[in-house]
Design a protein around this ligand. Structure first.
Ligand code: C5P
Length: 402
C-alpha cells in the first residue's frame, strides 16, 4: 500500500480519539494520511496529535488564506486515492447526504471525485432515527462505502448500535477500498445465509433445539459481506455478534426461518448452514406442562419443511447458486453426493463431524461437492473456510452475468 494516499476527515465525537490510532496503522502500512479536523473534532483531539501521527499538516478551515494559497480546497478533495470519514457523525452524514458545503469537511465530500468510506459513530437513538436511516440509504445509493457501526456500551451510557468500529477493522476496510473493485467482486449481489439452530417450542417455556453454535454460518455471512455482497443472515438463537455489514433477521422455528428466507428473495446465492430441526411438536401446549398431571407427556411430532430443498425448488426466484451443508459421520462423500441430488442444490459443503475439534470447535475440514467434481479442502480455521468459500462463490457468480 506504499504510495497510496488517504484524506482522513475526523468528525466531532468522543470516538475521535480512535482516529489517532487509525492514522498510526495507516502510516505503518506506508499509506500517506492527510487529515481534515472539523471544528467539532478539534474539541476531542488536537491538531498537534493528528499532525504528529500523520506526519502532515492538518487542514481545518474553509476560508483560510494560507491553506488556500498552499492547496485549494478543491485540490485537497482530490489529492487522495480515498476519502475516509472517521468518526462520521450524524451531522457529517446528514451534510453529505444533502450535499451541503458550509465547511471544509462537507465541501471536500461534495467536491471529491474519489471513493468515500465512512465509519459512523453516534448515539444509538441518533443512529436509529429515521432521518439518519434515510441519509445512510441516500449515501449508499450514491456509492459511499460504510464500515460499522458496532453494537455495544456507549460513552453516553446507552447501549446499542452506534459505536465506531475498532481502528484495525476500519484499517482493513480502507485496505479493501484502496484495492478497488477487485476486492469487492460481489458488489451488487445479494446473498442469503441461514445459520444457527432452530428452536421448536413444546410449551411456553420449553422447546427442542440443538448445539449448533452458528459460527460457520456467521463467518460465511461476514466473508460474503467483505467481498461486497448485500447479505441477509437468517439466524436461529445464537450468542454471536452480527458480522459487519450484514442484515440479520432473528427467527426461532424452522417455519419462521423458511418464511424469512422466502421473504428475502430474490438472491444471487443461498448458503444454508443452519442446523434446522427435522421435527417439531405437532401441537404446542398453550400452558406450561405440569409434572403432577399424570406422568410424562405424550409428544407427537410432525416433519419440518426442508428450507434448502424448498429454496432450491423455488422456480424463477431460485438463487443462481444454492449451497447446502452436510455433517456426516461416515462415507462422507457418498452421503453428501446423495444429499446434493435429493435436495436439488448446486454444491454441498460436507464435513466429517467425527474429526476431533470440528463440532463446536474452531476448525473445519470440508469437501466441496458439485455435480461434476469433488474438492477436498485442507483442514483450516472456520474463518478461513468461510473466506475460501466466499471467494469460490464470487468466482462462480462473476463467471455468469448478474
Ligand atoms: O438433511 P440434512 O439436515 O442433513 O441437510 C443439511 C442441509 O440442509 C444443511 O444445509 C441445512 O441447512 C439444510 N436443511 C434445511 N432445512 C431443513 C433441514 C436441513 O435447510 N429442514
Amino acid at each position: 500500500m506504499t504510495g497510496k494516499r488517504v484524506l482522513l476527515i475526523v468528525g466531532g465525537g468522543i470516538a475521535a480519539y480512535k482516529a489517532l490510532e487509525l492514522t498510526r496503522l495507516l502510516r505503518k502500512a506506508g499509506v500517506a494520511v492527510r487529515p481534515i479536523l472539523t471544528k467539532a473534532g478539534a474539541e476531542f483531539v488536537t491538531a498537534l496529535s493528528l499532525s504528529a501521527l500523520a506526519e502532515d499538516k492538518v487542514y481545518g478551515e474553509l476560508f483560510s488564506l494560507t491553506d488556500e494559497a498552499e492547496m485549494g480546497h478543491i485540490e485537497l478533495s482530490r489529492s487522495a486515492d480515498l476519502v475516509v470519514v472517521a468518526p462520521a457523525t450524524a451531522d457529517l452524514i446528514a451534510k453529505a447526504a444533502h450535499g451541503l458545503a458550509g465547511d471544509l469537511a462537507s465541501t471536500t465530500l461534495l467536491a471529491t471525485d474519489k471513493p468515500v468510506l465512512m465509519a459512523p459513530a453516534m448515539n444509538v437513538r441518533m443512529w436509529l432515527h429515521p432521518a439518519t436511516r434515510r441519509n445512510i440509504e441516500t449515501l449508499k445509493t450514491d456509492g459511499v462505502l460504510f464500515v460499522g457501526p458496532d453494537e455495544g456500551a456507549m460513552a453516553c451510557g446507552e447501549f446499542g448500535p452506534g459505536r465506531l468500529v475498532e481502528p484495525p477493522v476500519i484499517f482493513e476496510a480502507i485496505m479493501d477500498a484502496l484495492r478497488g473493485p477487485a476486492a469487492r467482486p460481489l458488489a451488487g449481489r445479494h446473498a442469503l445465509v441461514t445459520a444457527g439452530p432452530t428452536f421448536e417450542p413444546i410449551d411456553p417455556v420449553r422447546g427442542i433445539t440443538n448445539r449448533s453454535s452458528g459460527r460457520q454460518g456467521y463467518a460465511i455471512a461476514g466473508a460474503l459481506a467483505r467481498l461486497g455482497a448485500r447479505v441477509t443472515l437468517v439466524s436461529g438463537p445464537v450468542a454471536l455478534p452480527t458480522p459487519l455489514g450484514v442484515d440479520r433477521i432473528d427467527v426461532e422455528t424452522a417455519r419462521e426461518m423458511l418464511a424469512a428466507c422466502q421473504a428475502a428473495l430474490p438472491a444471487d446465492v443461498g448458503v444454508f448452514v443452519a442446523a434446522v430441526a427435522d421435527w417439531r411438536i405437532d401441537e404446542v401446549f398453550g400452558a406450561k406442562l405440569k409434572k403432577e398431571k399424570g406422568g410424562p407427556p405424550a409428544l407427537t411430532f410432525v416433519e419440518n419443511p426442508d428450507i434448502l430443498a424448498a429454496l432450491a425448488a423455488s422456480g424463477p426466484q431460485r438463487p443462481k447458486l444454492v449451497i447446502g451443508f452436510a455433517a456426516e459421520t461416515n462415507d462422507v462423500e457418498a452421503h453428501a453426493r446423495a444429499k446434493l441430488a435429493r435436495k436439488g442444490c448446486d454444491w454441498i459443503i460436507a464435513n466429517d463431524v467425527t474429526e476431533p475439534g470440528v463440532m463446536g470447535g474452531d476448525e473445519n475440514a470440508v469437501l466441496l461437492i458439485s455435480r461434476d467434481k469433488t474438492e477436498r479442502w485442507t483442514r483450516a480455521a472456520k474463518d478461513s473456510v468461510a473466506r475460501d468459500l466466499a471467494q469460490r462463490i464470487a468466482q462462480d457468480l462473476t463467471a455468469s452475468p448478474s
